[in-house]
Write a protein that binds this ligand. Structure first.
Ligand code: NDP
Ligand code: MG
Length: 381
């Protein structure tokens, strides 16, 4: 039995994690659950899974009398407390945004294994987080949940002593893949939220439309697989069947395929190296008929270019990219800026603060705050 704390249990990833845990009650038990504001769903989940700890990070709420078996914590610091103190070995980081960074650090300091969906944490604090996540005698201490990175990780399982030469990072291309640039720059919120192949939380869905999601994933891949930026190639693959691939010295390319269903990478991270039943729909290649691939349009999606620029700049540049994007994507969702401005805001923030160091948590938090402030100045200007 593995005990697992779910940070962000009321979100898209959190709820699917709960689904797969429910399929295997003999293998996993829930040690802690957290939500930001959705107290009603958190209480329902606590009632069902009976963890000893829970947290509501965005506000306080009256705890129902029948939940007295569970200790509740409130406020932003509660996330770190749960990550550090929950019983069991595993912490699933499924909150959205850099809010997860300190909790991931706390989990590792307490010797927990981190199952990481929260890519913003690795984008912002890559070097510092990876230094805390070295593989130990029990295996990896950080397991990717993001579908592309889970795919790469799965492809590397058969590599033996061979290092890959190239990572082929697939991307659906999002809802604006076939739109022209001008039309896309004025897209509405409902249009940006209409993802063709994946059903996810609002922020990552906007990121998929702007391709900042792929930008974050390029940086995530750099840290998880120690890749040089030139070894990471984005391949647009609209069907989302190949979740990513790796190429070796002999020219062989190993890919991981399946219907798009996050339950597969979530459960693989939880049960690694074993594979367990997920209930996902079987891949029917005859029904699919064909898979297609195209190069990303870097003119239309400057996000991809900005990711490589941030990697070349090093230091806290990726943290600045992430923070400015969080603010700009949030402002777009509140209809405060047009879709196309997201790129200008991130670009502007990087130009202003793309040179800061990232030696420790204080540096990262400082760069994050400056980038958010610059983003708001740019959005108001
Ligand atoms: P959701 O928005 O659906 O869920 C986010 C979760 O985090 C909710 O439980 C939410 O609580 C909580 N939360 C929100 N803000 C904060 C905060 N400031 N501090 C603490 N908790 C917070 O997001 P997703 O599940 O879609 O995504 C989660 C992470 O996983 C993201 O980093 C995303 O990039 C990554 N990911 C998601 C995929 C997907 O398919 N959804 C695929 C690959 C990666 P509440 O419900 O109360 O608001
Ligand atoms: Mg992904």
């Amino acid at each position: 039995m593995r005990g697992i704390a779910i940070l962000g249990s009321t979100g898209s990833i959190g709820k699917q994690a709960i689904e797969v845990i429910s399929l295997h009650p003999d293998r996993f038990f829930v040690t802690a659950l957290t939500a930001h504001r959705n107290a009603a769903l958190l209480f329902e989940q606590v009632r069902l899974f009976r963890p000893k700890m829970a947290a509501l990070t965005g506000e306080e709420a009256q705890i129902p009398a029948d939940l007295s078996f569970c200790q509740f914590y409130f406020g932003a610091d509660a996330l770190e407390k749960v990550a550090r103190e929950a019983e069991g070995q595993d912490v699933l980081a499924a909150v959205v945004g850099v809010a997860g960074l300190k909790a991931v650090v706390a989990a590792r300091e307490a010797g927990k294994r981190v199952l990481l969906a929260n890519k913003e944490t690795l984008v912002s604090g890559g070097e510092m987080v990876m230094n805390l996540c070295r593989t130990d005698e029990n295996g990896p201490t950080l397991l990717p949940v993001d579908s592309e990175h889970s795919a790469i990780f799965q492809c590397l399982q058969g590599a033996g002593p061979n290092r890959y030469e190239k990572i082929l990072l697939t991307a659906s291309g999002g809802p604006f893949r076939t739109w022209d640039r001008e039309r896309m720059r004025h897209a509405t919120v409902p249009q940006a939220l209409g993802h063709p192949t994946w059903n996810m939380g609002a922020k990552i869905t906007v990121d998929s439309a702007s391709m900042f999601n792929k930008a974050l994933e390029i940086i995530e891949a750099k840290w998880l697989f120690d890749a040089a930026p030139s070894q990471i190639q984005v391949v647009v693959h609209p069907q989302s069947i190949i979740h990513s691939a790796v190429q070796f010295a002999d020219g062989a390319v190993i890919a991981q395929m399946g219907n798009p269903d996050m339950k597969v990478p979530i459960l693989y991270a939880m049960s690694y190296p074993e594979r367990l039943f997920t209930g996902t729909r079987e891949l029917d290649l005859f029904a699919l008929g064909s898979l297609t691939f195209e190069a990303p349009d870097m003119e239309k999606f400057p996000s991809i270019r900005l990711a490589y620029e941030a990697l070349a700049a090093g230091g806290a540049a990726a943290c600045v990219l992430n923070a400015a994007n969080e603010e700009a994507a949030g402002a777009f969702l509140q209809e405060k800026i047009p879709f196309g401005r997201i790129y200008d805001v991130v670009d502007g923030a990087l130009q202003r603060w793309g040179h800061l160091p990232a030696r420790n948590l204080a540096d990262i938090e400082g760069a994050d705050a400056l980038a958010r402030e610059a983003a708001w100045q740019l959005m108001q200007g």
